[in-house]
Design a protein around this ligand. Structure first.
Ligand SMILES: [Zn+2]
Length: 458
């Protein structure tokens, strides 16, 4: 079996081969760095990081770019609210993003282009679009003319009315068509801006991905991936810009979209306020358990995110690390089992891959002969490599109940419990208290606030 991926463009599972066997290319839309990222925004980097490793194993080479959006109105707003320069905000949150992804076991991409370092290529791409009649200039703005591209909407398969509803833009008077989108906008005052043929301004969000993908990976890339929430309008606009600027050549051969996280049945949305930031989660839980939880459902399906899911992942990893600890004396060279890669070849079927890991571990627990124990340990560690799991020393995994890092985790849980009580979510507050009690952590309300101490471990 060869690698097969569901291509959102054709709505079919297709065999994947790079167009150029010497260089496989992948672009994943990265974060806008104005705040800590939501756990929902970690699913793509985790899943497509597993894919990146698989592509390297399958094809030998990979150029994987994941961008940093460091110019955006949300960044401007965060900087002005905090009264600090914009670079302080983008620097701080880009750093936090890299730390949070590292905590989740996401290896850095090969390329991490930043929008502000690509203003030249962005301006020349817009110039090409204006010259070829796909874009126009009005009131200091450059706008893409959606009517000039007859395949617009092909990826998301929306009719024009839906597209307008989804565009989430106030129809500005300078737009010829309500669906037209901004490539360049004017910057006044102390807003970040660069000189351009259309005056001092800054790029729109969509154009940066088109320009950076072309600059680093070429005009046609093998795989473009991101959250399904980006399919429209962001990815649709990227296709329009890139294909019109490149004489109609396809922008991406395969489009992959990961599903959203659900919180108690409510669709993940920053506007709903049910924010769960990676930065806090990796302090409150073993980060490897969060990674396991993100891989527990197929990437295209929605994933119901809950504390129960995280607890379940902790228990699963307890069992697997327990098995590895029991196999401690068996010599082993990690080797990825064929069945594991077969599961990933099947459109990144990570639930199947995790089931395979459970099967290997079950066999290992029954194995008695030294050869068999060594073989199964090699398979278990190898399977872990393919998913970015089980790479710690079992002692390190089980020692998570000790040390300063654990103090921080306990404090984060206590803080979360205080927040839950303030939000009158008493079920959650009780669940946290019970969980801490199960670890032998006793809480005490004092006039100075909540204190905690380690009691007798159960
Ligand atoms: Zn993008």
């Amino acid at each position: 079996m060869s690698l097969h991926l569901f291509n959102s463009l054709t709505r079919r599972v297709e065999a994947f081969q790079p167009a150029d066997p010497a260089r496989t290319t992948m672009y994943v839309c990265g974060p806008t760095v104005y705040n800590y990222v939501h756990i929902g925004n970690a699913r793509g980097p985790v899943v497509f990081g597993v894919l990146a490793d698989l592509l390297r194993r399958r094809f030998g080479t990979l150029a994987y770019a994941r961008n940093i959006t460091d110019v955006d109105d949300k960044i401007n707003a965060a900087a002005s609210e905090a009264g600090v320069p914009i670079g302080d905000i983008t620097g701080r949150y880009a750093r936090a993003y890299r730390e949070d992804m590292a905590a989740l076991g996401v290896p850095p991409p090969d390329l991490e282009p930043e929008a502000t370092a690509h203003i030249g290529p962005i301006i020349s791409m817009i110039e090409r679009l204006v010259e070829s009649g796909h874009a126009y200039v009005a009131e200091g703005h450059a706008l893409f003319s959606v009517a000039s591209f007859d395949r617009y909407g092909a990826l998301s398969r929306r009719d024009p009315d839906d597209m307008l509803a989804g565009a989430r833009v106030d129809v500005a008077p300078y737009k010829r068509d309500p669906g037209d989108f901004v490539l360049w906008k004017p910057s006044t005052g102390d807003l970040p801006g660069w000189d351009s043929p259309w005056g001092r301004g800054r790029p729109g969000w969509h154009i940066e991905c088109s320009a950076m993908a072309a600059a680093h990976l070429g005009e046609t890339i093998d795989i473009h991936a991101g959250g399904v929430d980006l399919q429209f309008p962001h990815h649709e606009n990227e296709i329009a810009q890139s294909e019109c600027a490149h004489g109609g050549r396809p922008f991406a051969r395969f489009w992959l979209h990961n599903g959203m996280l659900n919180f108690g049945g409510a669709k993940m949305s920053k506007s709903l306020g049910n924010i769960e930031k990676v930065h806090d989660l990796v302090r409150a839980h073993p980060p490897e358990a969060l990674r396991h939880a993100l891989l527990s459902a197929h990437y295209r399906q929605p994933l119901d995110w809950s504390d129960g899911l995280i607890e379940q992942s902790v228990r699963t990893l307890d069992r697997l690390y327990g098995t590895l600890r029991d196999l401690g004396d068996a010599p082993a060279v990690p080797a990825i089992p064929a069945a594991l890669d077969a599961a990933l070849d099947d459109d990144l079927n990570t639930p199947q891959a995790l089931a395979e890991i459970a099967r290997i571990a079950g066999e290992a627990r029954k194995a008695t002969s030294p050869d068999e124990r060594s073989r199964l340990k090699s398979e278990l560690l190898g399977a872990g490599i393919a998913l970015g799991l089980l790479q710690q020393d079992p002692a390190a995994w089980f020692a998570r109940g000790a040390g300063n890092q654990d103090d921080a985790r306990i404090q984060a849980l206590i803080d979360e419990r205080i927040g839950a009580k303030q939000a009158r979510d008493f079920a959650r507050a009780d669940a946290i208290r019970d969980r801490l009690a199960a670890e032998g952590i006793l809480l005490e309300d004092t006039p100075q606030g909540v204190r905690w101490k380690r009691g007798l471990s159960h």
